[in-house]
Design a protein around this ligand. Structure first.
Ligand code: AVI
Length: 321
């Protein structure tokens, strides 16, 4: 089975191109899941969140609705609330409605356009809260703007996006958050939990085919943005729960032996050869607490739903100063 990547001539000119080339040069082939989220991918993800089978979004929201008051009390007065990722404003608003004397709300997202839109809506509805959007790739070490004096910084990381990192990456990333939150800081985080594999399988293999379209959109992007020549009907969506690793693995599987050109490069795929496109790790509450402790956080409070499908946890930064 040939899994070689064959760059024919020019060096990759964009980060996306470079990442595709690097991912296709590995065995098994790999594409980073952050590339799911162009405009179409974000729309498809929003549709996934509405699916009956995809329980995480509505379950997390239900937990937030029940316990936002307690969460706000833990965030405390005169805090700065920093949200990582293109926050679902429904969840964020549950906090903004309840936190007392918030010094600032700092949404962080890679998409400046998305942020500008979200910030202007929030400014209208929360005129008393300074809304200070920051556009950056938060998966790399970052510093928060110093413009706001606050008692403490609390980072909000909802959506179980932490599950899309491997545990080693998650530990590293939690350390970045710990450094950004600083002494007396906190972390409010949503974590998807281990459960019956049948429930997980259904959540990532919806009969409507929205998750499949979301997955295949990676190839659409490569075709549009990098001059790729993927025939979409020559790849199929695949998602399965690996019990040993405790993760959903999403892949695109080649239906034929084929060579696909992308710009001036070409890549060989064997029949049945997968491209790994996403891991979605599921944790036990205790397991995640241990991971967070290794990054310098101690658990203050944990909430879950009646099925134990999803957890929201509040952590404090361990060190004093
Ligand atoms: C964004 N992330 C938490 C989702 C997940 O469940 O891992 C992405 C997703 N992939 C397929 N469906 C949803």
């Amino acid at each position: 089975m040939s899994q070689t990547a064959t760059p024919i001539d020019t060096a990759p000119s964009t980060v996306f191109e470079q990442d595709v080339h690097d991912g296709f040069s590995r065995s098994p082939k790999f594409l980073p899941c952050k590339y799911f989220y162009d405009e179409r991918g974000s729309e498809l993800f929003a549709r996934i969140c509405e699916l009956d089978a995809y329980y995480p979004t509505r379950t997390e929201l239900a937990i937030m609705r029940c316990h936002a008051g307690e969460m706000a009390a833990l965030i405390g007065r005169h805090a700065r609330l920093v949200e990582l990722g293109s926050g679902d404003s429904t969840k964020t608003r549950l906090l903004l409605d309840r936190v007392v004397d918030l010094e600032a709300y700092v949404p962080i997202d890679i998409s400046a356009e998305y942020l500008a839109r979200a910030a202007s809506n929030l400014r209208r509805d929360y005129p008393h809260v300074p809304i200070l959007p920051v556009s950056l790739d938060y998966s790399r070490p970052f510093e928060l703007p110093r413009s706001v004096r606050a008692n403490r910084t609390v980072v909000y990381f909802p959506g179980s996006t932490i599950g899309n990192f491997t545990p080693a990456e998650a530990r590293r990333f939690l350390r970045i958050i710990e450094a950004a939150a600083g002494p007396r800081g906190g972390l409010l985080i949503g974590v998807d939990l281990k459960k019956d594999p049948a429930v997980l399988h259904a959540a990532y293999n919806d009969p409507e085919g929205i998750t499949a379209a979301f997955n295949l959109n990676l190839l659409v992007r490569i075709n549009h943005e990098l001059g790729g020549e993927f025939a979409l009907d020559q790849f199929r969506h695949d998602a399965f729960y690996d019990t040993r690793q405790g993760r959903i693995e999403m892949r695109l599987v080649s239906l034929a032996r084929q060579i696909v050109r992308i710009g001036s490069s070409s890549y060989a795929f064997a029949r049945g050869e997968p491209i790994t496109t996403e891991y979605s790790y599921k944790y036990d509450l205790g397991e995640f607490e241990k991971l967070a402790a290794e990054a310098g956080f101690s658990l203050r409070r944990s909430w879950t739903d009646e099925n134990g499908f999803f957890g929201v946890q509040y952590y404090a930064v361990d060190r004093a100063g």
